[in-house]
Ligand binder design. Sequence first.
Ligand code: SF4
Ligand code: FES
Length: 373
Amino acid sequence: MSEQNKPAVFKVTIDNITIDVAPGTTILNAARQIGGDVTPPAMCYYSKLEGSGGKCRTCLVEVAAGSTADPRPMPKLVASCRTGVMDGMIVKNITSDRVLDAREGVVEFLLLNHPLDCPICDQAGECHLQDLSYEHGNAGTRYEFTRRTFKKEDIGPFIQLHMTRCILCYRCVYVAGQLTNQRVHGVIDRGDHAAISTFISRAIDNDFSGNMIDVCPVGALTDKTFRFKNRVWFTKPVDAHRNCDNPQCCGKATLWMRGDEVYRVTVRKDPFGEVQSYDGKPGWICNTCRFDKKQARDWVVEGLTTISRHSVIGANKYKILEQPKETIEQVMDGRKPKLLMDIHSISEVNKPGIELSELSRPAHSTDFKKADE
Ligand code: SF4
Ligand code: FES
C-alpha cells in the first residue's frame, strides 16, 4: 500500500473491543486507550522514558490476525509495548489462554531471585510485582536453588539500592540518562551476573535523581527519608503544589500524610503507575521538593489524591468511620479505644520529641512509642 493510500487511523480489535488509533501506536498504548483489564501489565515500559520496554515480557499478547491486508496470525506471542498496530489487527490479551499461561511463566521467572519479603519491604502496597504476582502468578514456586543476593547499597544521600529486589527493568537507568545531566549508574555485567550499580561507587546526588525511586516498579530503590517510618496504607495521599524555582520541576506532587505530618513526597501518578503529564510534559519533581519540603506549610494542598478502589492504599480512608454501638472497651476485651480510632488522623506513633517526617535517616524501633507508653 502506498504512503498516501494508508488510512489516517488504524482499526485494531483487542479482546473483542475495536478502537481507532493513530498509525505508529503500539498495541500496549492502544489497549491503554481502552483501559481496564484489556490493558496488559507493563513492568519495564514507561511511556515517558524513551527506549524503555522490551525487557520484562509481562506485556506479551497474542496477535490473532496481523492486519486486514495480511490476516495471518503471528506464530509467537509478541511484546505489546514494542509492537506497532496495523490496520485490522486482532489482538488477544486476557481472552487468550496462551497469554495467561505465558504471563504465569514470566511472573515465575521474575520471582526466581526476587525475595518474598513484602511484609518488611517499603514498596509493599504500591509494588507492581506484588500486584502482578497476585493477578497472574502461582501460589507456589518450583525453584529449589539458592537465590541471588546482594548487600544493600546507599547510592547517594537519599536513595538506597536493594539489588536483591531489582528486576532489571532499566527504568532508573533511563531516568538518570534522560532527566539528569550526569548518569553515574547503570547495569553492570550480563546474564545472571547483571546488576544495577554506580560506577566505581559514585554517589547519585543530582537534582532529579529522586525520580528513579518513583519509576522503580519494585522495592529495589527506596527513599531513605521514608524507610520504615510508616506503611503506605496508613498514610493519606493528598495532591499539593508549590512554586519551585527549578524551571524543570513541575512543582505538583503527592504528599503522603499521617495526621499533620508529611512523611513522603512523590510525583503524581496516572492510572498506569506512571508520572502524570502537565502541558504535554511529564510532571517530574526535583530533589528539593521531594526531600526538603516535608512541612505541610511548604505546600498548597489541593485535596485528596484519587486512588484506585482496588488499591490497598485507599482502604478505609474515603468513608465516614463507623464505630460499633457497644462500649468500645467492652468489645475490645478491655483494650483502649485508641485502637479503634481513625488511625490516619493520628500522627503521634513516634516518641515525644521525635518528628518522624523530619528524620533524614530511616526510622528505627527506638523512634516509636511502645504499645503501653
Ligand atoms: S533498580 Fe528498580 S528501576 Fe532500576 S532496574 Fe532495578 S527494578 Fe528497574
Ligand atoms: S513492558 Fe513490554 S517487555 Fe516489559
